[in-house]
Write a protein that binds this ligand. Structure first.
Ligand SMILES: Cc1cc2nc3c(=O)[nH]c(=O)nc-3n(C[C@H](O)[C@H](O)[C@H](O)COP(=O)(O)O)c2cc1C
Length: 363
């Protein structure tokens, strides 16, 4: 058992950790450059990065693209050789437009979840940017690999297996979340490992499998390496960092949260999400929230009779409004203080190496 460096798109990072993309405006240039400079892979979220720009409500796509370009340029200026990607949700409107735009930017990968990104390789033809996907079952991995193989003869740069403890939208139904009738992250990793084998042989490549959702410390990371993951994706743990781009009040809510404060919440995307219990989640027990505007963000949103507008409520909360939607992973309650990204990464790697009984120190 070993901890191997992670290779993506011909570049290598020392520690096999990917910082997961977090919208709206949580993982932008500051968090991502700190992550790259700490030896891990970084992901900007393409979920409404233009939210605070003046023209956002009039021209969300144009403002989001300008914001993405700026964030990528700033992140690159601070860490020239790091591995940088963008998370683009497949459930978002204008997926082809954003994917084609991102394929021309100075990034290493586009990673796509929240739906099955069957068409992603189409927008990457002739680009140096590689495609990757996020799934919550071995079955979904099989469907995507078969489709990418048949339609494009294209394989993902890596696969993120996202389990039931993740933050943001969850790849499980409301009923599964309520009854606990879902597969564990370890099972999803093992199933995906089986599915990937044939394609690794066919293309004579290695497809790294990354486990995400509830990986808080090095012990969680070691557990995932033991079941066959090549690395882990971590998001929530990086929110309460000095470098994270989100408003300070959001960071404090993560630090202050207790286990009983973390709840599942319905989302206009039709998927359950995980959030901190507050005004929004309590109000939803009685009635839906008023919608003030619509920027047509999600293909899967009905736009009428929905619980709330996700762009408005998540954008407000990440900009400092404590009563909006506070997306989080299940283990936020274990975050106890603000810290620097580098300290967190080094601590996780030390704990993981100790659990895997590896001698000598990478850190
Ligand atoms: C606040 C927050 C926002 C997130 N936003 C997105 C997003 O915009 N797109 C996406 O695909 N995943 C999103 N995620 C999921 C993360 O990228 C990651 O895969 C997952 O949260 C990992 O679990 P962890 O938070 O327990 O480490 C978000 C997670 C959190 C906590």
């Amino acid at each position: 058992m070993n901890l191997k460096p992670l290779t993506i798109n011909g570049k290598v990072v020392k520690f096999p950790i990917i910082q997961g993309g977090m919208g709206i405006r949580i993982s932008l240039n500051k968090l991502t450059s700190a992550c790259m400079n700490s030896g891990i892979v970084a992901t900007i979220s393409a979920a409404q990065p233009g939210f605070l720009r003046k023209n956002f409500r009039k021209d969300p796509i144009g403002e989001n693209k300008k914001a993405l370009k700026e964030e990528i340029e700033k992140a690159r200026a601070n860490s020239k050789n790091g591995i940088l990607g963008v998370n683009l949700m497949h459930a978002g409107t204008n997926f082809p437009d954003y994917a084609s735009f991102l394929a021309q930017q100075d990034i290493d990968f586009i990673v796509s979840g929240a739906g099955l990104p069957l068409d992603l390789p189409e927008y990457l033809v002739g680009s140096n940017v590689k495609g990757a996907f996020i799934i919550s079952s071995g079955r979904a991995a099989r469907i995507l690999l078969r489709s990418w193989d048949r339609r494009y003869q294209y394989m993902p740069a890596f696969i993120v297996c996202e389990g039931p403890l993740a933050g943001g939208h969850l790849g499980f139904s409301k009923e599964q979340m309520a009854t606990g009738d879902y597969e564990s992250l370890a099972k999803i990793v093992k199933d995906t490992r089986e599915v990937v084998k044939a394609y690794e042989e066919k293309y004579n490549i290695k497809i790294p499998i990354i486990a995400g959702g509830g990986v808080h410390d090095g012990h969680d990371m070691a557990d995932m390496i033991k079941v066959g993951a090549d690395g882990v994706q971590i998001a929530t743990r990086f929110i309460a960092t000095y470098e994270c781009d989100v408003n300070e009040s959001y960071k404090q809510m993560i630090i202050d949260s207790k286990e009983e404060d973390i709840v599942t919440v319905k989302s206009p995307a039709g998927l359950p999400g995980r959030a901190i219990n507050n005004f929004l989640t309590k109000t939803l027990e009685k009635h839906n929230l008023k919608l003030n505007y619509c920027v047509n963000c999600l293909r899967t949103c009905k736009k009428r009779d929905i619980p709330y507008c996700i762009t408005e409520q998540l954008g407000n909360s990440t900009s400092g409004d404590k009563s909006g939607l506070i997306f989080t992973g299940a283990k936020a309650y274990l975050v106890e203080k603000m810290d620097y990204v580098e300290n967190i990464v080094n601590e996780i790697i030390r704990e993981c190496r100790r659990d895997l009984k590896l001698s000598g120190g990478l850190v």
